[in-house]
Design a protein around this ligand. Structure first.
Ligand SMILES: Nc1ncnc2c1ncn2[C@@H]1O[C@H](COP(=O)(O)OP(=O)(O)OP(=O)(O)O)[C@@H](O)[C@H]1O
Ligand SMILES: [Mg+2]
Length: 236
């Protein structure tokens, strides 16, 4: 069903299909961090991230979050609805870590009283800067009515995802999603995997996500396998 390559990103390739309204997403084995300054890969990474994304998207859709997923075509290929991606990285934080902890001089691990939703401008040349709601409106990348819809969707994803991760023995520290427009409907798009979540083991506190790669903590492949195994058990 794949036709031509429309886009090659850092972790995935997008192909056209016979239908204008559908695309194929191929998951690659590559891994990047710090706006692609740091590059790596491991065999089987694409298949693991696809598996986790498919499991989580199916679960989210059963729990009231509409997603772009149509069906799995192969171990590294998903058929999805083509959407107009809103150029925002929508981030939800339950525990402070990463850039926001650093920005405010707060130690990583601070549990937040309520989930924090943040928008970053998806723009590699600008290194994905944080932006305010009004700045997003000023840039014309979202409509006024979409802002509360994006936040509601992000918080719903957080509720569902946090429960699943908890059942799988992990704390959902934070995550990033991408949302797209299909007509006047918003759909959860792109992926959810350890590439775009922070997951801490509930027992040991060990990091079980891309921070292992970012911070050279070792066992990157083993950790992605372990997260996939746990999610498969919880969501079977
Ligand atoms: N359903 C969809 N329809 C159209 N585009 C999509 C859909 N889901 C994801 N995308 C886009 O496909 C690309 C996936 O590739 P990948 O994640 O490798 O990109 P990337 O290198 O991270 O770059 P980007 O900064 O664009 O995300 C992203 O640009 C993502 O926004
Ligand atoms: Mg991406």
């Amino acid at each position: 069903v794949r036709k031509e390559l429309l886009y090659e990103g850092k972790a995935k390739k997008i192909y056209s299909t016979e239908l204008q309204s559908e695309v194929v997403v191929e998951y690659k084995d590559s891994l990047t961090a710090f706006n692609a300054l740091k590059k790596g890969s491991f065999a089987g990474k694409g298949a693991l991230n696809l598996r986790m994304t498919a499991l989580l998207f199916e679960h989210l859709s059963k729990n009231g979050v509409p997603t772009h997923l149509i069906k799995q075509l192969g171990p590294t290929e998903l058929l999805v609805k083509k959407v107009e991606i809103i150029p925002l990285e929508v981030v939800v934080r339950n525990v402070l870590a990463g850039s926001t902890a650093k920005k405010f001089g707060i130690e990583e691990g601070q549990v937040l009283a309520k989930p924090l939703v943040e928008f970053y401008f998806k723009n590699d040349a600008l290194a994905d800067p944080f932006l305010s709601d009004d700045q997003a409106l000023m840039l014309g990348i979202v409509k006024e009515t979409e802002i509360p819809q994006l936040k509601t969707m992000a918080l719903k994803v957080n509720d569902v995802l946090a429960k699943v991760m908890n059942q799988a023995g992990m704390t959902l520290v934070d995550f990033k999603i991408e949302i797209g427009r299909e007509g006047n409907r918003l759909l959860l798009a792109d992926e959810i995997s350890p590439d775009c979540c922070r997951l801490w083991d509930k027992k040991t506190g060990e990091k079980m996500d891309k921070d292992r790669f970012r911070r050279d903590l070792g066992n990157v492949a083993e950790t992605y396998q372990e997260v996939c195994k746990r999610l498969s058990e919880v969501l079977k």
